[in-house]
Ligand binder design. Structure first.
Ligand code: PAF
Length: 283
């Protein structure tokens, strides 16, 4: 497994592989890898000749009061997991190489970032879209894998690739959960034991909604109020949003008659957690 620390080295590596007609799959991450990331690497591994992982805590996707300075990191363990998952190159760029002085370009989508997390994290998706576009240009992959836990991010990347005519296939990786249902996230590391128990309110809400929709409930207002009550029955929780929306556009749905995305953001203590599920009322 090669470790490449500059854009120039990464690009040269990719160009060389392409010259040899090797296909490249890419998994971009911010590190502190867990089984969720491993599953993205495992999804990509058999599909291409080379598997590239990037680890870069992208400053432009964090707002001023967010957790950029405390974002967890364990590069040594990340490299072990990457090697085990069959990664052939790790791109570990430095902030100054990614954002040199006088950097001034931003990629902004129009409507997808206005929904869900974008309402509460106004700079987040422009930061994500910009860094992912840069990473695509540096790594030059044939395909890239993104996790469905960040569903809005996945939709934004799919749209970006379409709008900018990027010749990259985007694959979606399933949400990976702990045995008790908690969606895996690097931010789970911030939770105390008591908060870890309250964090289960998210996956329990998804189960509740699935059950009620299966029994015929169609009103998102009613479902939202039941979910809110469930979440707030767990200590230290504060709902940021509960949204029933169209899976493609993320626009809110009032009456659930077709496939819907239920997406949640909840603060548990100071930690902001997200989760989601696609619900098909026909099933
Ligand atoms: O999902 C993430 O870890 C990040 O948002 C990404 C895609 C690596 C961009 O910084």
């Amino acid at each position: 497994m090669e470790i490449l620390k500059t854009k120039a080295d990464m690009q040269a590596w990719s160009k060389n592989k392409k010259k040899q007609s090797r296909t490249l799959c890419f998994v971009p991450t911010m590190g502190y890898l867990h089984q969720g990331h491993v599953s993205l690497m495992e999804k990509g591994r058999p599909l291409c000749d080379e598997l590239v992982l990037s680890i870069f805590v992208n400053p432009t996707q964090f707002g001023p009061n967010e957790d950029l300075s405390s974002y967890p990191s364990n590069i040594e363990n990340d490299l072990l997991l990457a090697e085990k998952a069959g990664v052939t190159a790790v791109f570990l760029p430095h902030k100054k190489d990614m954002y040199p002085e006088h950097f001034q370009t931003e990629i902004k989508l129009q409507s997808l970032p206005r929904h869900l997390c974008g309402k509460f994290r106004p700079v987040h998706f422009a930061g994500v879209a910009t860094v992912v576009t840069k990473l695509f240009n540096i790594v030059m992959p044939d395909m890239a894998v993104f996790g469905m836990k960040d569903y809005q991010q996945l939709q934004i990347i799919r749209q970006l690739v379409l709008d900018l005519d990027l010749d990259i296939r985007i694959l979606a990786g399933e949400i990976i959960r702990e045995k008790d249902g908690l969606a895996m996230s690097s931010r789970n590391a911030y939770l105390s034991e008591a908060q870890r128990a309250s964090a289960l309110s998210l996956s329990r809400s998804l189960d509740l909604a699935r059950e009620l929709v299966a029994k015929g409930e169609k009103s998102s207002a009613l479902l939202r109020s039941k979910i809110e009550a469930l979440i707030h029955s767990f200590p230290e929780t504060e709902v940021e949003y509960i949204s029933f929306c169209r899976p493609e556009t993320l626009e809110e749905i009032e009456v659930i008659e077709t496939k819907v995305l239920l997406a949640l953001a909840v603060k548990v203590g100071k930690t902001r957690l997200i989760d989601n599920v696609l619900i098909n009322p026909g099933r």
